[in-house]
Design a protein around this ligand. Structure first.
Ligand SMILES: Cc1cc2nc3c(=O)[nH]c(=O)nc-3n(C[C@H](O)[C@H](O)[C@H](O)COP(=O)(O)OP(=O)(O)OC[C@H]3O[C@@H](n4cnc5c(N)ncnc54)[C@H](O)[C@@H]3O)c2cc1C
Length: 382
């Protein structure tokens, strides 16, 4: 068995582990990242690639999301990765949906978002269904990255630029007294950061569950547009999304909108369906999603749920121009009340998880905050 010594070990090469590795390595610390798979293949490659500050409640969480966005830009530009500063548009086809967007924009201020007329919304997103469009909340702050390539590119960037040592295909089995024991090595480190994602078994999975993390399973689809020139223009979503994100929680009309959507779309709400759409450099369009809460054991997707997602999509983005080419599931870990968890089961061991459906958005901000506020002070005491 190999024996190694380093400053910090990060377990998990998903986006949360990579963000912590980045924050440590750019400050000159020697970092080893352990990933059990030959490449990260969980939530961090299964998402929309939306860096989505508009979904965070105003105040500290939005500020953290904006800081994270800036760090994404820093990494994408330095690593030469594809990204698009595409913004986002929440579209309204009912008066109560528009009312919620107007209330949100009035209280948040125009730095956060502005409500556009139907004509202006169509200029941003020319593929939208025109009939019945009442307007949309435009926010310029959202980014699009490609989840199919981003984590692998970031790992490669961290290796080249900061000499981070990646051990792919190696599982962390035990963390004990400043040492990580893997399938093939014993690595001692001054700080150990465990970012295991949504797994409920394995190193510190049970601890996250004990502290409230639940698994959430999502269904996703990818489409190829029938015309090569087809561009959606920006991240898109519609009325159901206002129920899903905390940012709209204080809008006075939200309870009315919820009651109407519960009456009109009961099966969708029962399956946690709200529809988001992103588009990547190859033109492919990522569409989702549903939310099923609780332990995830069975690998079977539901065609009925995919039909619900596509049916709702068609109310604002005509689906006859899109051919579905891929379907998949993803699972993330979420806490019922906290935006994410940082646990300290042993001195200088930090377990970061339950970052929920905003893990791409928040990752770099959480990595920076945890490293600066908790990990570096702990390292300095040694
Ligand atoms: C379908 C879907 C769509 C989403 N869309 C978005 C979006 O557009 N925008 C957004 O902000 N967020 C989105 N999210 C949420 C976001 O993708 C997740 O919050 C984020 O990817 C979680 O990252 P992670 O690093 O914690 O977990 P993961 O990506 O699960 O990575 C954890 C890694 O740790 C490894 N690991 C675990 N235990 C060990 C061990 N003992 N030894 C070695 N390796 C180990 C695993 O193999 C895995 O690779 C979405 C999530 C899903 C599922």
């Amino acid at each position: 068995m190999i024996r190694q010594q380093t400053d910090a070990v990060v377990v998990g090469a998903g986006i949360v582990g990579l963000a912590h590795a980045y924050a440590l390595a750019k400050r000159g610390h020697r970092v080893t990242v352990i990933e059990r798979h030959p490449f990260a293949s969980s939530a961090s490659v299964r998402n929309f690639g939306m860096v989505w500050p508009i979904g965070q409640p105003l105040g500290p969480m939005r500020n953290l999301a904006l800081q994270s966005r800036d760090l994404w830009l820093e990494v994408c530009q330095d690593a030469g990765m594809w990204f698009e500063a595409c913004g986002s548009l929440h579209v309204a086809y009912h008066e109560d949906e528009l009312q919620v967007l107007n209330e949100f924009a009035a209280s948040a201020g125009e730095d956060v978002g502005v409500v556009l007329s139907p004509e202006a919304a169509l200029q941003r997103a020319p593929q939208l269904r025109q009939e019945g469009l009442l307007g949309g909340l435009w926010s310029p702050h959202e980014l699009c990255v490609d989840p199919r390539t981003a984590v692998a590119e970031i790992a490669s960037y961290l290796t080249t630029k900061f000499d981070v040592d990646f051990r792919f295909g190696d599982s962390a089995l035990v963390v004990d007294q400043g040492e990580v024991v893997t399938d093939s090595a014993r690595i001692s480190a001054r700080a150990i950061v465990v970012c295991p994602g949504a797994g409920v078994s394995g190193v510190y999975g049970p601890l996250l569950v004990k502290n409230g993390m639940v698994q959430v399973r999502l269904q996703m689809l990818r489409a190829t547009p029938q015309e090569a020139s087809y561009r959606i223009g920006t991240h898109l979503c519609a009325g159901l999304t206002s129920l899903h994100y905390q940012s709209f929680r204080d809008c006075p009309t939200l309870p009315h909108l919820r009651a109407r959507l519960e009456a009109d779309h009961a099966p969708l709400l029962e399956n946690g369906v709200h529809v988001l759409v992103s588009q990547h450099a190859d033109g492919s369009v990522t569409i989702g999603d549903s939310h099923h809460y609780g332990p995830h054991h069975m690998p079977y997707s539901s065609e009925a749920v995919d039909d619900m997602i596509l049916g709702y999509l068609d109310t604002f983005l005509p689906t006859d121009k899109l051919a579905i080419t891929q379907r998949w599931e993803g699972v993330y870990g979420k806490h019922p009340t906290e935006p994410y968890l940082v646990l300290k089961p042993e001195p200088n061991v930090f377990v970061v998880g339950a970052i929920g459906g905003a893990g791409m958005t928040l990752s770099f901000g959480v990595g920076e905050k945890t490293v600066v506020e908790q990990i570096l002070p702990a390292l300095e005491k040694i």
